[in-house]
Write a protein of this length. Structure first.
Length: 278
């Protein structure tokens, strides 16, 4: 889970918003504090959500059960090979912030191509109608970056960037896989975003992802090795409504036997939750 996309009309309760039945902190990630069990219960009860994710002890020195991959420096000194790939991407694509009209028109084609390329289905794939609805509900804090093919004028990659105070959450990013092995399309996109938000705009830090329950890509190591990101350790605790806690605890011993992706992911998240005490 990352910080997720929230629409403007979602109710905020004690700093939290509901995303897919889970309460997630709305503000700057380093401002969330540890909740007591009673505080978490009260927030869940008021919201009607099934669970609450509490992140705290941001950027602590310990190796913990949860982390974000962040960049909080303006150093853009890349290896010779990375520079070569960025230049190749820049020769083929223009990288810029695009409007919602273009994203709604061309984004699903990129989204679908990217998902067809994945080896693992994480259970959250949207159809065209759901994608269009998501675009309509994007909050005003979201900026959409696009890679525009200089030869065709078409959008071939995109990234959603959520402005949260003086921080940026790099959310969903997708690319047409046809351009991945030859033109290094994402090298150019990642470099453009980093330089814009950290170098030009002076944001305090950017976040590219959090610890994943599906772990279907090597993106975190890639961002660390190629673009100077680092692991920012913190602690994560899950709190549940009474009925959903019963469901999770009952099914947890059988988590390796369950194939239904959304449920399997929740149980994997519970496994991470229990690691905080180890």
């Amino acid at each position: 889970m990352g910080f997720f996309n929230f629409s403007n009309n979602t109710k905020i309760i004690s700093g939290y918003q509901v995303y897919k039945n889970c309460l997630i902190w709305k503000g700057m990630p380093d401002c969330e504090t540890q909740l007591t069990i009673q505080q978490a219960k009260d927030i869940i009860k008021k919201s009607g959500a099934w669970m609450l994710r509490n992140i705290y002890n941001w950027d602590c020195e310990d190796t913990t059960n949860f982390w974000y991959i962040i960049k909080d420096n303006i150093t853009f000194q890349y290896s010779k090979k990375t520079k070569k790939y960025i230049q190749k991407a820049n020769d083929r694509f223009n990288y810029q912030i695009i409007d919602r009209v273009q994203f709604a028109k061309e984004g699903f084609r990129v989204y679908e191509a990217a998902f067809n390329h994945y080896k693992i289905n994480d259970g959250f794939r949207a159809d065209e109608s759901q994608f269009a609805d998501k675009v309509k509900k994007l909050g005003e804090s979201i900026e959409i970056w696009g890679a525009i093919d200089k030869e065709t004028g078409l959008l071939e990659a995109y990234a959603l960037c959520n402005k949260i105070g003086d921080t940026i959450d790099f959310q969903e990013s997708k690319a047409n896989p046809a351009f991945l092995p030859k033109y290094y399309i994402m090298y150019g996109l990642y470099d453009a975003r980093n330089k814009y938000y950290l170098g030009e705009k002076g944001y305090r830090f950017v976040v590219t992802s959090a610890r994943s329950v599906t772990e279907h890509s090597n993106i975190q190591n890639f961002m660390i090795e190629k673009f100077g990101f680092r692991k920012c350790y913190c602690r994560m605790t899950l709190h549940y409504s009474k009925w959903f806690k019963l469901v999770v605890y009952t099914l947890y011993p059988f988590r390796n036997l369950i194939s239904y992706a959304p449920l399997k992911n929740i149980l994997k998240f519970e496994e991470i939750n229990r690691q905080r005490d180890t």
